[in-house]
Design a protein around this ligand. Structure first.
Ligand SMILES: [Zn+2]
Length: 89
């Protein structure tokens, strides 16, 4: 993450989402993808390599598309929670 905001030089050094976004995505995508894999298996019973390639690709693309926005969301929440004087909101 950048040290400061490029527009206003706000200091981001106090803010850190850690593993929060990745952990959240594991839970959400696991809850969505695993039932879909079971559903596909029960309906079409494709070869195992098809399941692995299909759901592996879906997981990688979904992760790459959502990790950054989710991290920004969590940093925003953290920023708001740590701003008790409500200077920015
Ligand atoms: Zn800024």
């Amino acid at each position: 993450m950048a040290e400061t905001c490029t527009a206003c030089d706000f200091d981001f050094s106090e803010l850190d989402a850690g593993d929060g976004p990745a952990s959240f995505m594991v839970l959400v995508y696991g809850a969505l993808i695993v039932p879909l894999a079971f559903l596909l298996e029960s309906l079409a019973s494709p070869p195992l390599w098809v399941q692995a390639v299909l759901w592996g690709t879906v997981m990688i693309v979904a992760t790459l598309k959502t990790l950054r926005p989710l991290k920004a969301l969590m940093i925003g929440w953290q920023f708001r929670i740590r701003d008790p004087e409500k200077r920015y909101f």
